[in-house]
Write a protein that binds this ligand. Structure first.
Ligand SMILES: [Zn+2]
Ligand SMILES: [Zn+2]
Length: 141
C-alpha cells in the first residue's frame, strides 16, 4: 500500500517515495537547480556568492543552500558558495557548523563528560564507603 505524506514544501498530500517533496515541487526544484547551475557554469559567475546567485536567478536562498548541502553544487568548483553556520553565521560549505563552532561544541561536550565522570566517581566512592561501614557494623554483631 502506498504511504501518503505531506509535501514539505507546499503541504500537498502525495504518495511518499524517495523524496520528501511532491512531484510538482520536485520539478520546480529541478528547474531551479538547472537555473542556478546554468548561472554558475558561466566562468565569470564561478565566484558568485549565495546572495549574488539569489539576485541573479531569483531562486530562494534556502533552496540553493539545500543544493550545497546535498553536494549537488560543489564548493570546490564554486569557491564562494556556502551558507551560514547555524551558530555564528560565518559562511560554511559543509555540515551545520563552522570549524570554530564545531571545536567549541566538542570542548563543551568534553567538559560535560568530565563533570559526569567526576560525579560518577563521587557516587561510587560514597557507595563503597557505605558498604565498608555496613560490613564493620555486621562484624560487631
Ligand atoms: Zn509540493
Ligand atoms: Zn560558527
Amino acid at each position: 500500500m502506498a504511504e501518503l505524506a505531506n509535501c514539505t514544501r507546499c503541504d500537498t498530500v502525495f504518495v511518499k517515495g524517495l523524496r520528501d517533496i511532491c512531484n510538482n515541487c520536485y520539478k520546480k526544484e529541478e528547474a531551479a537547480f538547472q537555473k542556478v547551475y546554468g548561472f554558475l557554469r558561466i566562468r565569470k559567475n564561478r565566484e558568485a556568492t549565495l546572495i549574488e546567485i539569489v539576485e541573479a536567478t531569483g531562486v530562494e536562498e534556502t533552496l540553493i543552500t539545500k543544493f550545497v548541502k546535498e553536494k549537488r553544487l560543489h564548493p570546490t568548483q564554486f569557491p564562494n558558495l556556502g551558507y551560514p553556520c547555524e551558530k555564528c553565521g560565518i559562511t560554511i560549505s559543509s555540515g551545520k557548523l563552522c570549524i570554530a563552532c564545531t571545536e567549541e561544541l566538542k570542548k563543551e561536550l568534553t567538559t560535560y563528560e568530565e563533570t559526569e565522570k567526576r560525579l560518577e566517581e563521587v557516587r561510587l566512592r560514597e557507595t563503597s564507603l557505605a558498604n565498608t561501614y555496613y560490613s564493620i557494623e555486621k562484624h560487631k554483631k
